[in-house]
Design a protein around this ligand. Sequence first.
Ligand code: SAM
Ligand code: SF4
Length: 358
Amino acid sequence: MAPTRSGLVTSGDQAADLQQKMSMRYDWMSSEIRAVYDAPLLDLVFRAAGVHRQYHDSTEVQVCKLISIKTGGCPEDCAYCSQSSRYQTEVEASPLMQREEVLEIARRAKAAGVTRVCMGAAWREVRDNRQFDRVLDMVKDVTELGVEVCCTLGMLSDDQAQKLDDAGLYAYNHNLDTSERFYDTIISTRTFADRLNTIASVRKTNVTVCAGGIIGLGETVDDRLSMLQTLSSMNPHPESVPINVLSKVAGTPLAEVAEVPIWDTVKMIATARILMPRTIVRLSAGRAKMSASDQALCFMAGANSIFSSESKVMLTKAVPSPAYDEDKALLGTLGLKIRPPFKEARQDASPMELAATP
Ligand code: SAM
Ligand code: SF4
């Protein structure tokens, strides 16, 4: 019994679940968010850990694998990105991968314990119908393996979002990346509103929403919290919020920015957990540089997902990831187990749907 995107939950007390849903807030004010964030660090972590335990099984962490199905050569100018054709980075552009190759990587990922496979393309938007049809085939193939499938392909129209839904896509990732105020410092080739429009297109379908951002781009704490405010004011909240720490890429405009202290990452995760209790908060890019104890603190603060990889590459070689076996050992040390797929409910599952959960 693992309904995929229907809004049904697979376990837990239905009445408590309904009550939790009713207690979601979509009106966090910036002053409230700042007060949450500014609490003494251990008090903030303690509070977030309590929220985490109320809404999730704190012994579970979802393990995801990102497959870059189309790498490099992107026309956008995202200042952090190794794949933008505007910057001279070590990443070489390659065409859309073959269906069999993607399926093989996904099979190996599943065998290693991965329960969510994200397919990313270095596209500004989905333009080429033939290539899009090939991605739809990949979505079908990988979904048949019994893992959650996410895509991140750039901007989408309503029609394209619906086609992904029809192919059985579980989630669509479209990060806000930073605050509305800071957005055009980082990206000039599209707007913050463009991002929100694509998220709105996805929301019209049964596909769940994955939207988060990056810290360490030179933004202020207020920018980080403003991004969280935008996410937490979405009703329903995104089912998934990745918190990336910038992987500095030689050749990009952000190659030399200051490192993000681990404490900032922990505070960001804890604040996201408190504002969006049901959401899966993903400790994403930047994890390869963290010690085991840093990561443990992030899990304590409410992170319940990681990206792992056989090749130690998360997105491109400029954005590294720990390997499957290292992560297995880490989770074992911490007494954590892998969260099964299809466990989270759609955030807008209606009380009727929840009440009908067997
Ligand atoms: N082209 C698609 C788009 O922009 O939506 C997919 C891009 S990429 C796979 C998705 C996300 O990876 C970006 O939105 C960004 O948050 C993250 N990312 C890319 N490069 C990064 C880096 N160097 N450090 C941290 N996060 C990064
Ligand atoms: Fe292109 Fe996406 Fe990289 Fe921006 S983040 S340059 S849109 S691949």
